[in-house]
Design a protein around this ligand. Structure first.
Ligand code: SF4
Ligand code: SF4
Length: 375
């Protein structure tokens, strides 16, 4: 039977995190399952080069606590690897990401990966995607620890364990998936198939500070004071939604995993399982309910969100914070963005609403607008 754990984790103090991660290791008996001399890869969320205070990336102090716990059980070959969004991937650019996200001090304890060579990995029979191209460092790992940041997300509603695995796909191949699967359910199905194929061994979620509202990069930081863990990433995400009070039918990766029979109701929950947030988590599409404050509108929200994704398409509008770094332009899979008169210009006819531009923007310069989908 799968076990999911949630522990109150007051803040990012090293000893508090160490004690929490130790409990997560012990409850899942991680010591017993990591082979001797194993090459262990830690996969945090380093989607962009924002410092930890913005609550966009996995906090480096949590990663440090995981390294300490691994060393306690004799694991010393530890690699930290993620592929940020966008067209990066020169050695110096990745070093810049490590520096800005506060990860560079971890080089004393683990190898910070800058090698994004990739190769194909076959999927199981019966999946829509026959193979995925992922970075070799993940493909060749003996043991993978998935370390997501808990956030809201403009497309998948919540980004936790399953969505974090998207970072195993290198650079500009990520926007290409948005182009291939412009619909939310097809895209979410792909994320589930990828997570099932990569098959991370263990997941610990950073939910001390989370992001709500317009995530994954431009929402508001919110204190939650928790860490979650589990070996089965699909059920873990569902467990997280339950604790947060987020309706599971609004999280398309959970719906897609349920459809594939990857989530069972038969599990053991341990730790601070009675915890509930003192006010609802603000989701990307809850603005309507918030602004009217009406109970009826709030009840209609689930239906509204479903209709909303069927009827409307989201598109970006750059605001005055734009510094013309052009990260969005080179990332856009539909070539819908260009620079004219020192401004970023959108061709709405080309835009597929993937919001990769929002994800890679370092300045919070992308406002999300909606238009009616063309039939
Ligand atoms: S919108 Fe953001 S990513 Fe695009 S050019 Fe402006 S600052 Fe850069
Ligand atoms: S401009 Fe449109 S297609 Fe291009 S990255 Fe942004 S949302 Fe995606």
């Amino acid at each position: 039977m799968n076990t999911y754990a949630v522990y109150k984790t007051e803040n990012y103090d090293d000893e508090i995190l160490y004690s929490a991660v130790k409990k997560h290791f012990e409850v899942h008996n991680i010591k017993a399952e990591i082979p001797e001399n194993a090459r262990v890869v830690l996969k945090p969320n380093l989607v962009t080069d924002k410092e930890a205070a913005f609550s966009v990336t996995t906090n480096p102090r949590l990663v440090f606590a995981v390294i300490r716990c691994l060393r306690d059980i004799g694991v010393n070959n530890i690699i930290i690897a993620d592929c940020p969004g966008g067209a990066l991937l020169l050695f110096s650019q990745m070093q810049d990401v490590y520096k800005k996200t506060g990860y560079d001090f971890l080089s004393e304890y683990a190898h910070l990966n800058t090698d994004f060579e990739s190769s194909d990995i076959e999927t199981a029979d019966g999946l829509v995607n026959r193979k995925f191209n992922i970075i070799n460092i993940i493909k060749n790992a003996d043991y993978i620890i998935n370390l997501p940041k808990l956030k809201t997300h403009n497309i998948t509603c919540i980004t936790a364990g399953v969505k974090n695995i998207f970072g195993t796909i290198p650079g500009l191949q990520k926007p290409a998936f948005h182009a291939k699967y412009p619909g939310v359910s097809d895209f979410s199905n792909m994320l589930v198939e990828l997570a099932a194929t990569v098959d991370a061994d263990f997941t610990i979620i950073d939910a001390v500070d989370i992001m709500e509202g317009n995530g994954p990069t431009n929402g508001k930081k919110r204190y939650l004071g928790l860490t979650f863990s589990g070996k089965d990433v699909f059920g873990l995400d569902s467990f997280v939604a339950e604790i947060l009070g987020v309706p599971k039918n609004q999280v398309p990766t959970i719906t897609a995993a349920e459809k594939k029979g990857l989530i069972t109701s038969d599990f053991t929950a341990v730790g601070d399982t009675d915890f509930r947030p003192d006010s609802p988590i603000v989701l990307p599409d809850l603005k309507m309910a918030e602004s009217t404050g009406g109970k009826i509108v709030a009840r209609l929200n689930t239906l509204f969100v479903k209709l909303d994704s069927a009827v409307f398409m989201k598109y970006p509008q750059m605001n005055s914070k734009c510094i013309q770094c052009k990260k969005c332009v080179v990332t856009c899979p539909a070539k819908a963005l260009s620079v004219k008169d020192k401004k970023i210009v959108l061709d709405k006819n080309k835009c597929i609403g993937c919001l990769c531009c929002d994800e890679v923007c370092p300045e919070g310069a992308v406002d999300i607008r909606k238009k009616i989908k063309k039939r």
